[in-house]
Design a binder for this molecule. Structure first.
Ligand code: CA
Ligand code: CA
Length: 257
């Protein structure tokens, strides 16, 4: 009887993708994605998560059939969002692979949303995310510093990776627009001393992601309100925290593309 009631409350959204059926399903207990070929299940996000414990793929909120790589054939783009205060968001791009499907983009953005756009105007889609690496580090969540990361399709492998060049350009644009963090400007404390504001960290983070590491250092030191020797230590800590980003290699050491 209970199972029957749950079945009644299931909500199914259905999409067609190149002869396949894509279903975003939610019931009282779960919210998942299925891809079917005439009734044969090619992909089930619940099964995939069981097989890949590190993967976050819960509650598909944005399902789109579109040409992600610009070759004239449609791919399937799916964004998942767990619900809750901020976390967690992830996005996947599925491609047809003979009789099967395969994942060619796999983005976990944690506390921030994900969007897609043709960032460089060349006909394929980039995936744009805000890096949440500093969430909860120096301030409460509302004052989190953010910078953008742009993932573009690698021609050789066909998978989406962080693009150093586009990431820099996007953050240069944010700095030019003087677009700051959302939420509140809050003190960053050392003991009882307010040494910086979160808006300073936000701007410094964008400078670093724009490729201007030295400018960011100078900016932090210039705005420091505590004892000067501590500023150098703080800068080191700040950079170390940023190097914890999943995209650190692209931000700090990426080649031009
Ligand atoms: Ca395509
Ligand atoms: Ca593009």
């Amino acid at each position: 009887m209970i199972l029957f009631l749950i079945f009644l409350q299931a909500e199914v959204k259905e999409y067609r993708w190149d002869g396949l059926t894509v279903r975003a399903i939610s019931d009282e207990l779960d919210a998942w994605l299925e891809i079917l070929d005439e009734g044969r299940v090619l992909f089930d996000s619940r099964k995939y998560c069981e097989e890949h414990p590190d993967v976050w793929m819960y509650n598909p909120i944005d399902v789109r059939v579109l040409d992600m790589d610009g070759d004239g054939e449609n791919e399937l783009y799916v964004e998942f969002y767990s619900g809750g205060a901020h976390c967690c968001s992830s996005a996947y791009v599925f491609e047809r692979d003979d009789e099967d499907v395969k994942i060619v983009a796999d983005v976990f953005s944690g506390n921030s949303g994900i969007s897609i756009e043709d960032a460089d105007g060349d006909g394929d889609m980039e995936i744009v995310v805000w890096d949440d690496v500093l969430a909860y580090d120096f301030t409460p969540y509302v004052a989190t510093p953010w910078a953008m990361v742009v993932l573009s399709r690698d021609e050789d492998s066909g998978v989406w990776r962080c693009s150093p060049g586009l990431t820099r350009l996007y953050n240069i644009a944010l700095l030019m627009e003087e677009k700051g963090q959302d939420g509140y400007d809050m003190c960053v404390f050392q003991g009882e001393t307010c040494v910086l504001y979160s808006s300073h960290l936000d701007r410094a983070m964008k400078m670093i992601y724009a490729g201007r590491v030295e400018d960011a250092r100078e900016y932090i030191l210039r705005n420091w309100m505590g004892r000067i020797p501590h500023a150098f230590r703080f800068w080191k800590t700040f950079v170390e925290e940023l190097k914890g980003s999943q995209w650190a290699e692209c931000i700090f050491g990426g080649e031009e593309d």
